[in-house]
Design a binder for this molecule. Structure first.
Ligand SMILES: Cc1cc2nc3c(=O)[nH]c(=O)nc-3n(C[C@H](O)[C@H](O)[C@H](O)COP(=O)(O)OP(=O)(O)OC[C@H]3O[C@@H](n4cnc5c(N)ncnc54)[C@H](O)[C@@H]3O)c2cc1C
Length: 364
């Protein structure tokens, strides 16, 4: 077998769907810890009671953008609203619709036949490809390990009131939410709905943005400027692009304004005496927090910058990729190549580049 995917989450799954355009299930080995590709996403979305996807019609795991989830929702809901909404970027599939789509693709794509329930500890470059623990040598390997862990501020780690937003929880009568992104905004509304008094603690005013990075960075054209940046500039730009944000709109503003008038929502600079502290503070950043990536960097002396592994524009690792073999990263570690890599369309971007490398490989 020539091709392996390490990581069985949404990014690995989305890449698998693209690979399946040209490869049979028996030609792709997927190594992962969960059979269900949506397991991690499902758990986190359920923890913050997310009902609607932030992404739009093209936020699906199939290999092409069209037909998107708006098309199916139009049929499923017996209403033209999803298709009409998608014309002006106003359609967001429900989480339930998205998960049903993943289930359908899982059943018909051969995913379960390709999946090996194994955690990979080590990816080692050898003649003709990459050795994955004792599982053999693969010429083309895509590594999609997801985020390396949840981020909780040091000063709150030992506080018994603390829970991370992405861990299951209910709401106490008084809640402090730390953070300023979509998870924080969702938690403000959840806690208010549950009858709590809510304090928002944040370092800066929240950014309002429809998608998690500006829309232009989802297109190849928009990416050209990003790819022209020097390493230092690119690391700085990523800090700005990946700053926490949540969408604009009355859906968020009205309940907050109402709660503010009722004295049930306010902003403070530090954690106070609330009964519960919810950290909507995202994930740990940096390859060094992921054992597999840290070892890969260490053993192959890969170039890094500010917690990122430096990548080619298509997500492949320059020192370990040539005409005859490919090592590419997908999902969050590929943000160096594509700032929106930690989204389903982002995983698709890397997957297409990976498949193009396989296609052009003379020994395929
Ligand atoms: C609440 C929430 C809402 C989101 N909403 C959207 C949205 O609306 N639209 C959108 O496009 N994106 C959205 N995202 C972002 C993105 O789609 C998810 O983060 C997605 O789960 C990322 O998939 P992944 O495969 O990179 O990581 P994960 O889903 O975390 O999967 C990684 C998998 O790889 C396994 N793994 C790790 N290391 C190894 C190893 N060494 N060997 C074998 N297996 C390994 C892990 O155990 C895990 O099963 C959302 C994310 C969250 C948390």
């Amino acid at each position: 077998m020539q091709v392996a995917v390490v990581g069985s989450g949404l990014a690995g799954f989305t890449a698998y769907q693209t690979l399946r355009r040209e490869l049979e299930p028996g030609e792709i080995a997927v190594f992962g810890t969960d059979d269900d590709p949506a397991a991690t996403f499902r758990r986190r979305a359920a923890a913050i009671r997310q009902r609607e996807m932030r992404s739009e019609s093209d936020g699906h795991c199939g290999p092409t953008s069209f037909p998107g989830l708006a098309f199916r929702a139009t049929v499923g809901r017996r209403s033209p609203a999803p298709l009409v909404g998608s014309l002006c970027d106003r359609f967001h599939p429900t989480v339930r619709e998205f998960l049903a789509h993943v289930e359908r693709l899982r059943a018909r794509s051969g995913w379960d036949a390709s999946l090996h329930s194994e955690r990979i500890e080590r990816v080692r470059a050898v003649d003709g490809g990459f050795e994955l623990d004792g599982h053999g040598v693969f010429r083309h390997v895509l590594v999609a390990p997801g985020h390396p862990g949840l981020n909780v501020p040091d000063e709150l780690r030992a506080d018994p009131r603390t829970v991370h937003a992405y861990e299951p929880h209910e709401y106490a009568p008084t809640v402090t939410v730390v953070g300023a992104g979509l998870a924080a905004a969702t938690e403000w509304l959840n806690a208010l709905d549950a009858g709590a008094e809510v304090v928002s603690v944040r370092r800066r005013e929240p950014l309002r943005r429809a998608l998690n990075v500006p829309r232009e960075y989802f297109s190849r054209r928009g990416l050209a400027g990003f790819h022209r940046l020097s390493e230092g500039e690119r690391a700085e730009r990523l800090k700005v692009l990946l700053a926490p944000s949540y969408p604009p709109g009355r859906r968020w503003d009205e309940p907050l304004a109402r709660a503010m008038m009722e004295g049930r929502f306010r902003v403070e600079v530090a954690v106070n005496g609330a009964r519960q502290v919810i950290c909507a503070t995202g994930f740990l950043h940096g390859f060094e927090h992921d054992a597999l990536l840290a070892r890969l960097v260490d053993e192959h002396e890969l170039e890094t910058a500010d917690g990122w592994i430096v990548l080619n524009f298509d997500g492949s690792v320059p020192a370990l990729t040539d005409a005859t073999r490919t090592l590419a990263l997908c999902g969050v570690p590929a943000q160096w190549a594509f700032p929106a890599a930690d989204t389903v369309p982002g995983a698709k971007y890397v997957a297409h580049g990976f498949l193009a490398r396989i296609r052009s490989c003379p020994t395929r």
